[in-house]
Write a protein that binds this ligand. Structure first.
Ligand SMILES: NC(=O)c1ccc[n+]([C@@H]2O[C@H](COP(=O)([O-])OP(=O)(O)OC[C@H]3O[C@@H](n4cnc5c(N)ncnc54)[C@H](OP(=O)(O)O)[C@@H]3O)[C@@H](O)[C@H]2O)c1
Length: 324
């Protein structure tokens, strides 16, 4: 199997946890199918992608502003892969660690002047897309934006910066990937009779990292709630547009990860402008250890996406899913 994973906001918090969790799961698939093919030593098991990529490749593309954080995420992905390879005498390092290719792309996704250029860079790092047998794109990057009552939002600049990152940039991130993924599917079905790839349409999942704030209003979080609602509706509309696309090969998910222990909720606990009831909720949840660990929510997301057990376009909350 060969996989592509792209994660925005992968330098810390939930994005980092998601990148590590998907990488782990993809690596386990690669590891077990590599072991089977080594056992079988059977050339007929090779797929149409093998002439282009080494067999069983995992390609991971991580983006965010903080290069140091992205490097840390890369280290967290690589460390267990290397130690796993070392632990297994029957596995050569080349079939494990060297077939996992991780690139980091520090960039500010809220800068509209450079966004398309940055998207070209990310898509260029992933291409050609017809090499993969499974593609997962995680649209995770986000910020709280201005907190406090609407009447107290200080400036158009602060307001529009938040909308640019949480709405314009996020929606454009998905748009650019969709354009590429649909071209890929069209190419695949247009191939000739004797091309073995003709029947193969790559399963692709685009995940918008959503929130309860997308579907429920919270005082003093209006800009954040509006951004999350816009993202959800955009991805729902996309799902409707493409639900018939090549027998559902492209699926879209709005995943609300629950209230997690990340920098975002540190800010919510400390922010003077936040509604006192909300602030108390985040403080108490933290003090009682009730905030969800990002790894726990990431594991649920990985299981849901890879099972495909959801309706395209749907909003799924962490609390809707069974514990692992
Ligand atoms: N934490 C929660 O309780 C919670 C609940 C529901 C939903 N969510 C959602 O989950 C996602 C991740 O949140 P989190 O809790 O992990 O937040 P976080 O710890 O603040 O991380 C946010 C991520 O977004 C990236 N980011 C922010 N501004 C960016 C920019 N201008 N350009 C590129 N990347 C940028 C950050 O990377 P850099 O700083 O390196 O740029 C970081 O990796 C968000 O979409 C959030 O809305 C979180």
């Amino acid at each position: 199997m060969s996989f592509l994973l792209v994660v925005s906001g992968a330098s810390r918090g939930f994005g980092q946890a998601v990148a590590v969790a998907f990488a782990r799961s993809f690596f386990d698939s690669v590891h077990s199918s590599s072991r089977h093919s080594n056992d079988d030593n059977d050339d007929e098991t090779r797929t149409a992608t093998d002439d282009v990529l080494p067999q069983h490749q995992v390609r991971i593309i991580l983006t965010g502003r903080d290069e140091f954080g992205l490097r840390e995420t890369k280290e967290r992905i690589i460390a267990p892969i290397l130690s796993n390879g070392d632990d297994n005498d029957d596995e050569t390092p080349t079939s494990a660690s060297s077939s996992t290719d991780i690139s980091i792309h520090p960039m500010d996704l809220s800068d509209m002047d450079t966004l398309d250029q940055h998207m070209d860079e990310l898509i260029g790092a992933a291409k050609p897309l017809d090499r993969y047998e499974r593609i997962v794109i995680i649209n995770n990057a986000g910020s709280l934006g201005p907190l406090g009552k609407v009447a107290n939002i200080k400036s158009l600049q602060e307001f529009s910066q938040a909308i640019q990152l949480n709405v314009t940039s996020s929606l454009w991130f998905t748009t650019r990937w969709v354009k590429e993924l649909l071209t890929l599917s069209e190419q695949d079905v247009g191939l000739t009779d004797n091309n073995p790839k003709q029947a193969h349409v790559t399963p692709c999942t685009i995940v918008n990292i959503s929130s309860l704030c997308a579907i429920e209003p919270f005082p003093t979080m209006s800009t954040y709630c509006a951004g999350k609602a816009a993202r959800d509706m955009f991805h729902q509309s996309l799902a409707k547009e493409e639900e018939e696309c090549h027998n559902g090969a492209l699926k879209v998910l709005n995943y609300a990860p629950g209230a997690m222990d990340t920098d975002m909720t540190v800010k919510l606990r400390e922010e003077d402008q936040l509604d006192t009831g909300l602030k108390e909720y985040y403080r108490k949840s933290h003090d009682k250890g009730e905030l969800i660990h990002p790894n726990t929510s990431a594991s649920k997301l990985v299981r849901l996406v890879l099972s495909g057990d959801f309706t395209t376009g749907t909003h799924v909350d962490y609390w809707d899913l069974p514990d692992i």
